[in-house]
Write a protein that binds this ligand. Structure first.
Ligand SMILES: *Cc1c(COP(=O)(O)O)cnc(C)c1O
Length: 459
């Protein structure tokens, strides 16, 4: 290292007096600019002591400007989901309807009667804004909402089963993904998990033999993200309820996705509906707001009034409560179901019910823009999000043919680096895009990103 290298570094004052950095001060705080300038100079000193040469003053200015701008840029960005996985947990699950977004916007702009009774002028409860909607839609006596379904299950088990036993089929003591494991949630709640039956088969007698005076509830968990095929046996919720009645034990149903519509109508395998669970007699049914319901993140609990009341009053409920914005959004999404317009208005259902001919037409339009590098092939979309395991929808996929130097993974990287990142599916060396999960008004953005990606690799 040469002393002259250190000496060639400007002072902080000198560095920030550069016009290009001064300009930053109109959009960013001076404190931030000075701090970043110090940091960049300090790092340069360190790299010089490691034997590297001093950066030019031009490079120093650029480093400071880039870093200040990057710091102020959001890291959470909109992306285009061309994977064909409709409820993609890593990509934020359900996109929201226009009316839902408007309701969330309205609730966040100013004050609201969130917990305020406009008739009496006294304190109210936030649940009132969704209780009657949920009761009407599901047939339940009462309903409440918390942060997410993991919270819902945790709250129910903690408030109602702490220090007691809860019986679950071994085939349902599952991991949903993202660290939600039924045995772990159970431990967290202070309830003791009693697994009965075997991985593939559990019979009503298995539950009955495990019932003791310490039993607090029977729990059914919808095995959302996998399917056991072949020789299997699980007990129907109605049978579980009948057993529960014999021993005065409540049955809790963790439905996962919580569907309100008949999925068979859409050519999908049957997803248990919340209405079925309630009418079968489940004391509590719990499900997510942002899976097949197609709303904002939420955990919904519906069921018997005396139990929901106990959950509402339990101190943990306060820690798991939902905020006003999502509550407003959830009410708006539920209203689509009340009006019978979910299929037309809720994006998740629009995607599920998108006509195959329309998908084919869009896939062909995308492929055409790629010339000889694009083709269309039949394939499958996935509902995802732990809904309808093993159930898929026929679709049309755009296949992007790479060159030997530009295989699927490198094209996918290019697409992710687009101004609006496009997330595609990679199968082996092929890159596949499914128009089903892309809103039609984004077609042009996808085409441009594709052209850029393959253009950059054209031989
Ligand atoms: C998805 C899921 C959960 C977790 O729901 P979140 O809303 O993500 O907290 C719990 N149980 C089941 C069966 C699920 O499918």
């Amino acid at each position: 290292m040469a002393k002259s290298d250190f000496r060639s570094l400007p002072s902080v004052d000198k560095l920030i007096s550069d016009e290009r950095i001064k300009e930053l001060e109109s959009s960013y705080s001076r404190t931030l600019v000075v701090e970043v300038a110090r940091q960049v100079l300090e790092e340069s000193r360190e790299s010089i002591s490691r034997g590297e040469s001093a950066p030019s003053s031009d490079n120093l200015v650029k480093s400071v400007a880039d870093r200040v701008r990057t710091l102020a840029e959001p890291t959470l960005r909109p992306v285009i989901n061309a994977t064909g996985v409709i409820i993609h947990t890593n990509l934020g699950r359900a996109p929201l309807s226009r009316e839902t977004i408007a309701a969330m916007d309205a609730a966040s702009r100013g004050y609201s009667n969130l917990e305020f009774d406009l008739d009496t002028g006294v304190r109210g409860h936030r649940d009132v804004h969704i209780t009657s909607l949920l009761c009407r839609l599901t047939g339940a006596e009462d309903a409440m909402v918390v942060n997410n379904n993991a919270s819902a299950v945790l709250l129910a088990l903690t408030a109602l089963c702490k220090k007691k036993e809860v019986i679950v089929s071994r085939g349902q003591a599952v991991e949903i993904g993202g660290g939600f494991r039924i045995p772990d949630v159970m431990r967290q709640s202070g309830a003791k998990l009693l697994e009965v039956g075997t991985t593939n088969c559990t019979y009503i007698a298995d539950y009955e033999q495990a019932i003791t005076p310490r039993t607090a509830a029977l729990l059914r968990v919808h095995t959302s993200n996998f399917r056991v095929v072949g020789f299997t046996e699980q007990v129907a919720i109605a049978d579980l309820v009948r057993l529960g009645e014999q021993y005065t034990l409540p049955v809790f149903d963790d439905l996962g996705s919580g569907c309100l519509l008949d999925t068979a109508r859409f050519g999908l395998s049957l997803e248990p509906t919340v209405q079925d669970s309630v009418s079968a007699g489940a004391a509590l049914a719990m499900f997510s707001g942002d899976k097949l319901l197609g709303g904002p993140q939420a955990g919904i609990i519906v069921g018997r009034k005396h139990l929901v009341e106990r959950l509402r009053k339990y101190p943990l409920a306060r820690a798991l409560r939902i905020d006003k914005t999502r509550l407003a959004g959830l009410a708006a999404t539920l209203t689509h179901y009340l009006k019978g317009e979910a299929e037309q208005k809720v994006p998740v259902w629009q995607m599920i019910s998108m006509p195959l001919a329309e998908i084919e037409r869009r896939a062909q339009a995308w492929a055409e823009c790629l010339g000889p590098l694009g083709a269309v092939t039949g394939g499958e979309s996935v509902v995802g999000g732990g809904s309808l395991p093993g159930s898929t929808l026929p679709t049309w996929l755009v296949v992007v043919k790479g060159s030997p130097k530009a295989k699927g993974p490198s094209l996918a990287r290019k697409l992710r680096a687009s101004q609006t990142p496009v997330i595609a599916r990679i199968e082996g060396n092929a890159l596949l895009l499914d128009p089903r999960t892309v809103p039609p008004d984004e077609d042009q953005t996808v085409v441009e990103a594709l052209q850029n990606a393959v253009g950059a690799f054209k031989p």
